[in-house]
Design a binder for this molecule. Structure first.
Ligand SMILES: [Zn+2]
Length: 286
């Protein structure tokens, strides 16, 4: 993953890379390794190569991101320490909010134990609706200029968005929660919402996605995908059109959900304290 030899690993540990020892073997945190690889500057680590490939689309003409696209949307909900049959709650895709649709829905059975499924056909589309409010544009610009470093951050920690930013870091959910708060302080209706970022590596990227939905001065609901704009800017200089699209417009690679920015996609009423694991398989239909 890091294209490192054993000597390099010893150097990293001496410099403070955290680990713990289980049965005599050193274990590292996957987020730590990912962030280390991303910012190593070696250009051959797995995270650097993966992100370059994932964001190739961001350098292409944005018209491709504005046309309707249809997805085979399948999600498995798994309750690992399930205690009994109980109702499921799933924050479903809600593409209708931005001109798309959700059809052929098969929702989880009313009550079951262990696991359940949600399937649907989802159509997304894009529309160019850049932010027009000078206050919203200024807040967005200020955020981008603040120099927070995008990192892989565990979802539970992202909800503590003040801590994440105090460390000089950012991530999709933490960024959206903070920006939504600033938009509200400026007098706009705004909320961070979770969704699925699709159409990369043939399925959904297992990266937590969130963006801010904000009512602009023209009364139109806009989405600000601040972390994607920042990430695209870091990865490549030829992504300016995509970065601008992230600041208000809607694009067809994101399926919005009904979940708010710091909420789980699914819960099970069985009483287990282990969070429900949500496994998404979202494929483009031609
Ligand atoms: Zn359960």
């Amino acid at each position: 993953m890091l294209r490192c030899g054993p000597d390099d690993i010893e150097t990293l540990i001496a410099a403070g890379l955290p680990f713990d020892v289980q049965s005599g073997v050193r274990h590292f945190d996957v987020n730590d390794l990912y962030n280390l690889g991303m910012y190593s500057g070696r250009s051959n680590t797995q995270p650097e190569l993966a992100f370059k490939m994932l964001f190739r689309f961001a350098g292409r003409p944005v018209e491709d991101l504005l046309r309707p696209r249809t997805w085979d949307f399948q999600v498995r909900l798994e309750c690992a320490d399930c205690r009994t049959a109980a109702p499921w709650h799933f924050e479903a895709p809600d593409a209708g909010r931005f001109g798309g649709s959700v059809t052929e829905v098969a929702a989880p059975a009313r009550e079951s134990a262990g696991e359940a499924a949600y399937t649907a056909t989802v159509t997304t589309t894009g529309v160019r609706t850049p932010l027009i409010s000078p206050a919203l544009r200024r807040l967005t610009r200020d955020y981008l200029a603040a120099g927070y470093r995008w990192q892989m951050v565990p979802v539970a920690m992202q909800a503590d968005y003040r801590l994440v930013h105090a460390l000089g870091s950012t991530s999709c959910i933490a960024a959206s929660l903070l920006l939504a708060e600033r938009f509200r302080e400026a007098g706009h209706r705004a909320e961070a919402k979770r969704g699925w970022f699709c159409g990369v590596l043939g399925g959904a990227l297992d990266l937590p996605h969130a963006s801010v939905e904000v009512e602009d001065d023209d009364g139109v609901l806009k989405t600000v995908d601040i972390a994607k704009a920042q990430l695209a800017a870091r990865l490549s200089a030829d992504t300016e059109a995509f970065q601008e699209l992230c600041l208000g417009s809607v694009y067809n690679k994101v399926i919005p959900s009904t979940a708010s920015g710091n909420a789980a996609f699914a819960t099970h009423g069985c009483g287990s304290r282990t969070p429900v694991h949500v496994r998404a398989d979202i494929r483009s239909l031609r």
